[in-house]
Design a protein around this ligand. Structure first.
Ligand code: 13P
Length: 336
C-alpha cells in the first residue's frame, strides 16, 4: 500500500467522510449574510472552529477541506487550525484552485484556474500540515453544454493539478461537478456526468496519476432542479451507481460525493441508498459542504457564543451522514 493510498483510506474508511469547509470569502460572506451575520475573519474562524472542535469529528470526519484564510488561522488557545483538526484524528486538506473563470471561446462555460505557481503553493500547504487537496471543475447542462471544449479543458486541468499534488506527497480530490441547475432529465445528467468523468480519467491516466491515491468527488445523478420529472431517491442511487460503474477505473479506492444544493436530508437519504445498493468495490461516502453545515449555521447564528448548541446540531448531522455512508441511516434515527 502506498503512502497516498493510506491517506485516502484514513480519510474515507470506517464510516468517515469529509467536511468541506473551504468556502471562499465571497461564498462564505453570502452564507453568513443569509443568517444575518457579518462576514469578518473572526466570525468565519469562530464558526469553523466551533465545528472543528465538535465530538463527532473523531468518529465521522476523516478530513476537512480548508480555505487559504483558515489554514493560516490560529484558535483562541494559540494552536493552528490544522493542529486542531489533527488532534481529533482527521486530516487537514486545502482547496488549491483559484476559482472558475469564463472559458475563452465558450464564455457561458467555466474553466477552473490555479495551475500557475501551484507547485510552490503546494509546498507551503504541506508545511502547514495539509495532506490532501481539492480542485473543482464545474459544468452546466443545457442543449449545447457541456461542450467538448469544457469537458476536455477541465479534465486536462484536473489531471495537471493531480500530478503536481501527488508529486508533493498529497492526495488530490478530483471534483468534476455537473451542476443540478436546469430543466434537464436525470437521463441527460447520467449521460453528461458519465462523459465528464470518463474524460477526467482519460486525462488522469495520460498524466500518470496513481489512481489508488486519489478521491473522486462527483455529483449524484439527479434530474435538473427545474425539471418536472424528478426521480425517486431509489432511482438516484441506481443511476448514480450505473454512472460510476461504467466511468471509474477499479483502482480508485473511493468516491466522496458533493451535496450540490440537495437538502441535508436528501443528501443523507441518497447516500444511504447508494450504500445499500452498492454493487461496486468503491467506498461511497460524503464530502459535503452545505449538507453538513446548513442547520449548524442556522443554530450558530441564533447565538454565536453558544458553542454547545451549534455542536449538538453539527454532531447530529455528521452522525447521520456517517450512518448513511454505511447504509445504516433511517428516518427513525434521523428524528430521534
Ligand atoms: P456542497 O456539498 O455544498 O456542494 O459543497 C461541496 C464542495 O466542496 C463544492 O466544491
Amino acid at each position: 500500500m502506498t503512502e497516498l493510498n493510506k491517506i485516502v483510506l484514513k480519510i474515507i474508511s470506517n464510516g468517515k467522510g469529509i467536511l468541506a469547509a473551504d468556502e471562499s470569502n465571497g461564498t462564505m460572506t453570502k452564507r453568513l449574510a443569509s443568517v444575518n451575520i457579518t462576514s469578518s475573519p473572526e466570525n468565519r474562524l469562530l464558526f469553523r472552529e466551533t465545528l472543528f472542535s465538535s465530538d463527532s469529528m473523531k468518529d465521522c470526519i476523516g478530513g476537512v477541506i480548508l480555505y487559504d484564510e483558515t489554514i493560516n488561522q490560529k484558535t483562541n488557545y494559540g494552536n493552528s487550525i490544522p493542529d486542531l483538526i489533527s488532534s481529533s484524528g482527521a486530516i487537514p486538506g486545502i482547496k488549491v484552485d483559484t476559482g472558475a473563470k469564463d472559458l475563452a471561446k465558450s464564455s457561458e462555460e467555466k474553466i477552473t484556474e490555479g495551475l500557475d505557481g501551484l507547485r510552490e503553493r503546494l509546498n507551503k500547504y504541506y508545511k502547514l500540515g495539509a495532506r490532501f487537496t481539492k480542485w473543482r471543475g464545474v459544468y452546466t447542462i443545457s442543449k449545447e453544454y457541456p461542450s467538448k471544449l469544457a469537458i476536455h479543458s477541465n479534465a486536462h486541468a484536473l489531471a495537471r493539478y493531480s500530478a503536481l499534488v501527488q508529486e508533493s506527497r498529497m492526495v488530490p480530490i478530483v471534483e468534476p461537478e455537473v451542476l443540478m441547475d436546469g430543466d434537464h432529465s436525470a437521463e441527460i445528467c447520467l449521460n453528461k456526468t458519465s462523459e465528464v468523468i470518463q474524460k477526467c480519467f482519460e486525462e488522469l491516466i495520460l498524466h500518470k496519476i496513481d489512481l489508488s491515491g486519489i478521491i473522486l468527488k462527483p455529483n449524484m445523478i439527479l434530474a435538473g432542479n427545474k425539471s418536472k420529472h424528478q426521480i425517486s431517491n431509489e432511482e438516484v442511487s441506481e443511476k448514480t451507481l450505473e454512472c460510476l460503474k461504467k466511468s471509474v477505473p477499479s483502482e480508485v479506492p473511493g468516491v466522496a460525493f458533493l451535496s450540490g444544493g440537495q437538502s441535508e436530508i436528501e443528501a443523507t437519504e441518497n447516500l444511504n441508498l447508494i450504500n445499500k445498493n452498492n454493487n461496486t468495490n468503491f467506498i461511497m461516502t460524503y464530502s459535503y459542504g452545505r449538507a453538513l453545515q446548513h442547520s449548524a449555521l442556522r443554530q450558530w447564528s441564533k447565538d454565536i457564543k453558544n458553542k454547545e448548541a451549534t455542536q449538538n446540531t453539527f454532531n447530529h448531522r455528521a452522525r447521520m451522514c456517517s450512518l448513511a455512508s454505511k447504509g445504516k441511516w433511517s428516518v427513525e434515527l434521523e428524528n430521534k
